[in-house]
Design a protein around this ligand. Structure first.
Ligand SMILES: Cc1ncc(COP(=O)(O)O)c(C=O)c1O
Length: 379
């Protein structure tokens, strides 16, 4: 393996994050302080929403969203299969039935025709009481929210937008996360900006935001000036260190998104016409958290990943599909072919390095190597 591997993903830190953490350390105030409040204000302002609640991860954000909406055991939520399975896992944890929906082959986002059909099946076979749809804005590209909202309105379901990968993305010029009742984000290091681990919930509903804060903080509220435990709550509080890093990262967001877009466009140009792969769609509103191509069945992905690593490029699978995981196959009898597009993206997706340190020369070398490798298959 090459010693100078260009990783698949890499956060963009400099001395400003170091100074911000140092300031928190020197202040001695490390939780529930001004940094978290400040970070929440920035995220809320970006989205022009009334409330942002910072938490410890995107997964925690989804968990708290379900709790705040009052979802309970016996309910059902509809989630795209091809996505990191936090939305499904948090449902399972709460005794809620996650119903997987297939995705579209060009956008990798929820297929609303299949969504409608899965809601029908859920009702017919009594899988659970339909309560919410959790569209994912996969890899930074918004799901078709007009269609999602049509289905949600028709069946009177809540919508939680899982925008874990899509901070700064827009749908028809509206910030993602603001179209449904709630939106959730992740600040894991593979996202555009990071706080190490971290997440957030945004909502215009003050009551939901209040509940999120209570669930986040041990279920505690101040009643008549006294601490009172109202709910069997969690501790999902973001630390001041994380929020201080987040504030610095937030300033870099426009530059980071622009850089990612430029790299993605270069990949698209260089790989145009390359055999054995399907390229992602070039949507102007995509924020490109991941650049994933889909290999055809003649390719051996593991072997391609090895060749790319030997050549100095950290490539990997794009994401996973929940319905092909053992937990969901064993719990609900899913077979890969039940959701064929998701199954194919799970097995054939190949993500290329995409982050601030990827140079034009890196793109050139990476795409040349990939093209050469794929052309070998022809021989
Ligand atoms: C679509 C999606 N949802 C949720 C998550 C979970 O976020 P976190 O890793 O911060 O818990 C991720 C993270 O990879 C994600 O991609």
């Amino acid at each position: 393996m090459s010693h100078n591997l260009i990783p698949l993903s890499k956060p963009s830190f400099d001395n400003r994050e170091v100074e911000a953490v140092k300031d928190v350390l020197e202040s001695g105030w490390v939780v529930q302080g001004v940094e978290v409040e400040g970070f929440e204000k920035l995220i809320a302002k970006l989205h022009q929403v009334k409330n942002c609640v910072a938490v410890t991860s995107g997964t925690a954000a989804l968990h708290i969203s379900y709790l705040s909406l009052g979802l309970i055991a016996g309910d059902a939520v509809f989630v795209p299969s091809f996505a990191w399975p936090s939305a499904a896992n948090m449902a399972m944890l709460m005794g809620i039935r996650p119903v997987f929906v297939d995705v579209l082959p060009d956008t990798y986002n929820i297929d609303t025709n299949d969504l409608r059909s899965k809601i029908g099946q859920c009702i017919k076979y009594k899988w659970g009481r339909p309560r919410a749809i959790v569209p994912v804005h996969e890899f930074g590209l918004a799901a078709d929210m007009d269609l999602v909202m049509d289905v949600a309105n028709e069946f009177e379901l809540d919508v939680i937008e899982d925008a874990a990968c899509a901070l700064g993305a827009r749908y028809k010029d509206i910030p993602v996360g603001t179209i449904g009742k709630m939106g959730t984000f992740s600040f894991h290091p593979r996202k555009a900006i990071t706080t190490g681990e971290g997440g957030a919930i945004i909502t215009n509903d003050d009551e939901l935001a209040r509940k999120c804060r209570t669930w986040r903080n041990h279920g505690m509220e101040i009643v008549d000036g006294k601490r009172n435990f109202q709910l069997p709550g969690l501790n999902y509080r973001m630390t001041e260190f994380q929020a201080a890093i987040g504030k610095v990262q937030f300033e870099k967001l426009p530059g980071i998104l622009l850089k990612r877009k430029n790299i993605a466009h270069k990949y698209l140009k260089k790989l145009n016409g390359c055999p054995h792969i399907t390229l992602p769609v070039d949507d102007p509103e995509n924020t490109w958290q991941t650049f994933m191509v889909v290999l055809d069945d003649k390719c051996n992905r593991t072997r391609i990943i090895d060749i790319m690593a030997n050549g100095g490029f950290g490539c990997g699978a794009g994401s996973v599909s929940g319905h092909v995981g053992n937990l969901y196959m064993e719990s609900f009898g899913y077979k890969p072919s039940d959701l064929p597009v998701s199954a194919k993206l799970d097995s054939n997706g190949l993500a290329l390095p995409l982050h601030n340190s990827v140079s034009d020369a890196d793109v050139e070398r990476c795409t040349t190597l990939l093209k050469e490798t794929l052309m070998e298959i022809e021989k």
